[in-house]
Design a protein around this ligand. Sequence first.
Ligand SMILES: Cc1cc2nc3c(=O)[nH]c(=O)nc-3n(C[C@H](O)[C@H](O)[C@H](O)COP(=O)(O)OP(=O)(O)OC[C@H]3O[C@@H](n4cnc5c(N)ncnc54)[C@H](O)[C@@H]3O)c2cc1C
Ligand code: SF4
Length: 594
Amino acid sequence: MFLPADKSDEVDLRKTYDAIVVGSGAAGGMAAHVLTSHGMQVLLLEAGKKLNINQELKSMEWPYDHPRRGDMPPDSHALSGREYTIRQPPYAKGSSYKHVYSYVEDGTGSDYAKDIVVDEKDHPYTGTPYAWVRARCLGGKTNIWGRLALRLSDYDFKAASRDGYGEDWPISYADISPYYDKVDLYLGISGHKENLPYLPDSLFQRAVRLNPAEVKLRESMIKMGRVVTPYRAGVTTDGLKHNKYRSRCYGRGACDRRVGGCDIHAAFDSPTGLIYPALETGNLTLRTNATVNEVTVDRNTGKASGVSFIDTDTGKTYTAKGRAVLLGASTLESARLMLLSKSSLYPNGIGNSSGHVGHNFCEHLMGPGVNGLMKELVGKPRTLDDGRPGSFYLPRFRNLTDRNPKFLRGYGFEGGSGTGMFPDNAYSTPGFGSAFKKTVRDYAGAFIGMGGFGEVLPRYENYVELDPEVQDRWGVPALRFHIKFGDNEKKMAADMADSAREMFEAAGIEVLGVSREILTEGYSIHELGTARMGADPKKSVVNQFQQSHDVKNLLVVDGSTHVSASCQNPTWTIMALCWRSCDRLAEELKKGNV
Ligand SMILES: Cc1cc2nc3c(=O)[nH]c(=O)nc-3n(C[C@H](O)[C@H](O)[C@H](O)COP(=O)(O)OP(=O)(O)OC[C@H]3O[C@@H](n4cnc5c(N)ncnc54)[C@H](O)[C@@H]3O)c2cc1C
Ligand code: SF4
């Protein structure tokens, strides 16, 4: 496949770009796409490198073709879930390993994603335990994301009016729905219409198929007034005629191999979905290995004048100029950048007159879930169940029409079942020889499990700040975390575990195990809220168009601007909001209002 690697240019440091976009993941990629399609001259700065992602992922490589069956080299270490709970960050400090990666590198560590995620040794952070997963390369985390692509509804945008906690968003579903449609059509999403007011349908391409165990669970849930729907995957199952860099899904399931990705790009990733097409317009200059360390300010106007960035390889610093600056470095990194951008005009960091930058953190809690056995499937003919980009989703059902006495908001479950390439039950099945193999095979397709994702309430006290002492490898101050789950999260987690068991029992599934433990803060990789939007400049950082209340040519276009986390995965919403804001910015730039 043609990779337009040769199309990236040197930054013209004398030129004033119409817009400078920081970060090339879901948010930055979308900003580059929308602004270049409006004819704007855009400079996209990405801290990581441009990887040949197909060579990294090698998704069709068989385990026996890899010298270590897919594991990382022995000098590298992936943090275990336990390490996050018993130790304090920085987690790589004092480690005898040459490279240390986050838990997402999975168990012994996947050799296929180690260049995509950051080496914790170079990127320390401090404070309360937090499992921070970062990807520094072109496309960021979208190269390995889990693809569950969900919309939010007015149950989320107006949650505060419904239950009295926190703030409403300054937008409603009607404002963002046309932009969800644009994202669906431009990037492709597979799913099945359910007509649920609390989980709006997308403009779906062909859905992934539920297997017999999942169909049975779906039928049982209907009786309980709950829904099991095919995984809503940010994957093009029918193909996209307008994008030559992407293919339709062949159902190879490789995107689920440990931390995986799709090297035919049926699953959305920002480079092939957004950045390469933006490069084709001729309006985009892409500079990788460019770590932005400050938003610079014009002292006369108070507006952003551009950014200063460090060449990641040489350590040299440059300044680029722009009429507008858009931060899409990911939630916590954008907050860090705003806090780093201190000046006499903005002593608390740019755009931070409210003091809310870094605060109101929210995310999803994970951990509670259930595993079971669908006995009637034992010994049945085997099916191919991992040839799908996802299995099923069970949407929220708490605090919709009822009011739970113990906790606010809701949670949904991601689940899966059936036969995969490697049957996990081989580890736990006793015996050996042909009888052992038969037992493993007979049972392999009969297991089913699901894990919850619950809404973590935004709280001002859950925040990040700059660490006064610790710096990253490039001398940039690290983040210090002050983030802890509260009482609502603990009560919600207990209910998640109870309801998971109750649903499996109702479906006649033999419950093999219920997990009640909450995983460390950060585990969901859905960090949100550290520069929230709102109408009141005293209580929020940006307006509904993600434009800073203080600095009108500064936008924050990633998950930082979420007012609350909802329990639905954030990436599709990040991109829909960003598209809306960039349409508005393009208009305002043309009118000379910014
Ligand atoms: C394993 C995994 C599974 C996931 N599953 C799902 C899922 O199923 N559904 C879902 O909705 N979401 C999922 N996510 C989360 C999803 O990937 C993120 O929501 C999404 O990528 C956020 O986009 P972003 O642009 O804000 O950040 P990123 O994708 O992280 O991109 C940010 C980019 O900014 C760059 N950057 C950072 N700092 C700087 C700087 N100072 N200067 C220049 N560049 C900088 C980074 O290198 C990076 O490339 C998952 C993530 C992971 C890792
Ligand atoms: S199942 Fe589809 S999305 Fe996943 S790796 Fe295969 S082709 Fe890509």
